[in-house]
Write a protein that binds this ligand. Structure first.
Ligand SMILES: Nc1ncnc2c1ncn2[C@@H]1O[C@H](COP(=O)(O)OP(=O)(O)OP(=O)(O)O)[C@@H](O)[C@H]1O
Ligand SMILES: CC(C)(CO)[C@@H](O)C(=O)[O-]
Length: 277
């Protein structure tokens, strides 16, 4: 039998700075309002139709519920190879990124004819149903600094963006379980997220994004002592850092973290969003 075609997609990482939890009956309408940065660091997903689905992450066999759900929804069995320069489970939206990358690459490799909106919707629903994300997929599809004005996949959600991009620094310290936080604290998150988003919409700039994200971090009380001490050190140098939702991760624009004496990882805002390579 001839080799079946393979296709590769790139999806930017997504750091959420502030968000709400907006549950609806339909998963496509469920999601979050909020804002975040998509990153040039991200995930590359290669799909090749196969008799049986297998998933590897940086070469190691694994299982990713959002990815399996995407393949089931598309009716495709495939070999899925994921590679990433970002750490998983630390607030970079990789479950959504892997789901969206699988949707794009499987559509291409299997010769399906779905539109971008349809594939974003399939990946969003998969991430929501897996419990691992609410707003990452729609932001990752768009690229840039993304404001989620209303929740859900296309055609339900509405997005806007803050113009510009630039250097982003981060320190990824540890994991936080997205499903646990979302089920334990939905009301606190939504109250703080709504207030932070309102302030950002009054003045949609990069600097206000960081201020709103920092206020959100303070209001929701998820920062560990390690995160708090880095944020305080950054503030002492006149900078602003915040916590990546949902991971024990600190991020900032420009040289915010290195100015405070840390040795962060460095990336940039991704201008383009998810794409077939
Ligand atoms: N080696 C691994 N380490 C952690 N999770 C893994 C691994 N391999 C597969 N997974 C799966 O990947 C998914 C990671 O989702 P999770 O929401 O925790 O992380 P994330 O998307 O990177 O971060 P966040 O949603 O906080 O931005 C889970 O479904 C988990 O089961
Ligand atoms: C819930 C969430 C913070 C998990 O990464 C993200 O999906 C978001 O911003 O909705």
């Amino acid at each position: 039998m001839p080799d079946r075609a393979a296709a590769t997609a790139f999806v930017p990482g997504h750091v959420t700075g502030l968000f709400t939890v907006d549950r609806r009956e339909a998963p496509a309408e469920t999601g979050s309002r909020g804002a975040g940065l998509t990153l040039e660091a991200g995930v590359e997903v290669t799909c090749q139709p196969a008799d049986r689905t297998t998933i590897t992450l940086d070469g190691a066999p694994t299982s990713v519920e959002s990815v399996s759900r995407v393949l089931d929804a598309l009716g495709v069995e495939a070999t899925v190879e994921v590679s990433t320069d970002l750490p998983i489970g630390r607030g970079f939206g990789l479950s959504g990124g892997m789901a969206l990358g699988t949707a794009l690459a499987a559509n291409e490799a299997a010769g399906l004819a779905h539109t971008m909106n349809e594939l974003v919707s399939v990946a969003h629903v998969a991430d929501v149903e897996a419990g691992t994300g609410l707003g990452d997929v729609v932001a990752q599809a768009r690229g840039g600094i993304v404001i989620r004005e209303s929740p859900g996949a296309p055609p339900h959600g509405a997005l806007d963006g803050i113009p510009g991009g630039g250097r982003v620094e981060y320190l990824a310290l540890g994991e936080l379980s997205t499903p646990d936080v979302l089920t334990e604290h939905p009301d606190v998150l939504t109250r703080a997220g709504t207030a932070a988003l309102e302030r950002l919409q009054e003045r949609p700039t990069r600097s206000q994004f960081m201020q709103s994200a920092r206020q959100f971090t303070a209001d929701v009380g998820l920062a560990t002592a390690r995160v708090e001490s880095i944020l305080a050190a950054v503030e002492e140098t006149g900078g602003v850092g915040s916590m990546a939702m949902l991971g024990e991760t600190v991020f900032g624009f420009g040289t915010a973290l290195s100015d405070a004496g840390y040795e962060p990882q460095v990336t940039r805002v991704d201008p383009a969003g998810a794409r077939i390579e």
